[in-house]
Write a new protein. Structure first.
Length: 397
């Protein structure tokens, strides 16, 4: 018997917990630096510690959900997120805050991993792509509003730690909704049919699958391009374009809305043209955006046109790529959808984080090296599509 389909809206909100928890702290980093009398480079661990918690726990979260069910893992993770948020809001030590941010990241990881697995539990590949496009679009709003809410929260509480009262409250609201409204979707019959198969064999299968690895790399290099730009964007907009933080927030918010709209479009088009064709369109558009970004900056240096035009194309392309690649990554074996979702998410976050670090290391005030990194990331994304295509052809041969 097929499980009742979960609400895409609720899954989108649950998925948004992880980027929200990261982005809400961004506008308060300078205040944390003053509060703890610590250099800004040290305070940035408030962000990286959270990302560490996310990336390190995602494969385990997916594994556990395949073993014991989606709801128990999702509920447990959100409880952990709320508890860690409370400790983050009350600690008076930077080291303690960094520790609890790791725990907060571990708790937040359940939302995005479980949403993909739960959709795959109750949908075929085509339906998964359509539903994930909706969830991705809803989730995309989260990092747009989080910095605004973080800034308002700081003003209300008068202390940067107060922002974590907000994350705790949101965690409680989402947890309550999930307890009341979200059904279990894990198919017990599938669990029984694979219970004797060693889990090492399942991960070996995933890592040996061209479709899974290629799809995960598409998502990873797409994330990498985004993170590489995000690492320096506000500085470039202010120093080179003379756009202050409010203007940058307005432009970045507009780009996020564009991403949300294109994700909705991708879901509709995938039903008509198929997942792989929609994914190909997004990948090609992404490569064009990356090459255009490097070429325009190389020829014209940093201007509003040379920066904004490629970013508009890229964000539009990412709305097509992200839900389609994630749907493809979990499509092969529904009985290990949780493990597939967790591992692909971790691969994307780790590689994306590496691009962010690389961007920060090479940035010397010039945008051209960053444009080169972004361009390389889009090309690698394009090459990864051929890996997926090769795996699909092999599976149908």
């Amino acid at each position: 018997m097929q499980a009742k389909k979960p609400s895409n809206l609720l899954l989108g909100v649950a998925s948004g917990i992880s980027p929200f928890g990261m982005a809400i702290a961004i506008p308060t980093l300078e205040s944390f630096s003053q509060l703890y009398q610590a250099p800004y480079s040290t305070v940035q661990f408030i962000i990286s510690a959270y990302l560490l918690g996310l990336a390190s726990s995602m494969p385990l979260v997916g594994f556990l959900s395949d073993k014991i069910g989606r709801r128990p893992v999702l509920i447990s993770g959100l409880i952990l997120f709320v508890i860690a948020s409370i400790f983050c809001s009350t600690t008076d030590s930077l080291n303690s805050l960094i520790f609890w941010r790791v725990i907060q990241g571990i708790g937040a990881s359940v939302g995005s991993v479980m949403s993909r697995a739960m959709i795959r539990d109750v949908s075929n590949a085509s339906e998964t792509a359509r539903s994930l496009s909706r969830v991705t679009a809803i989730m995309g709003i989260s990092p747009m509003i989080a910095p605004v809410i973080g800034g308002i929260g700081y003003q209300i509480f008068g202390n940067p730690n107060g922002i974590f009262i907000i994350t705790a409250a949101i965690g409680i609201l989402v947890l309550t909704a999930i307890l009341l409204l979200l059904p279990e979707t894990r198919n017990a019959a599938l669990l029984e049919s694979t219970s004797k198969e060693p889990w090492s064999d399942k991960y070996r299968y995933l890592l040996g699958s061209k479709v899974f690895v290629g799809s995960s790399l598409i998502y990873a290099f797409t994330t990498g391009a985004f993170f590489a730009i995000l690492a320096v964007a506000s500085t470039v907009f202010y120093n080179d374009l003379g756009i202050d933080s409010a203007g940058f927030g307005f432009i970045w918010g507009g780009l996020t809305i564009l991403y949300t709209v294109s994700a909705f479009m991708a879901g509709t088009l995938s039903s008509k043209y198929g997942l792989m064709k929609v994914l190909l369109f997004g990948v090609l558009l992404n490569v064009i955006a990356g090459l255009l970004f490097y070429s325009l900056v190389k020829v014209f240096d940093v201007t509003l046109i040379s920066v904004i035009v490629p970013l508009v194309i890229m964000f539009f392309a990412h709305g097509y790529i992200v839900p389609m690649s994630l749907a493809q990554a979990v499509s092969a074996r529904p009985e290990i959808a949780g493990s597939s979702s967790g591992l692909s998410s971790a691969i994307g976050l780790v590689i994306g984080g590496m691009f962010s670090i690389l961007s920060g290391l090479v940035f010397d005030g010039r945008l051209l090296p960053i444009a080169l990194i972004v361009s390389a990331s889009t090309i690698l994304c394009g090459l990864s599509y051929f890996l997926v295509l090769s795996g699909k052809r092999k599976n149908t041969a």
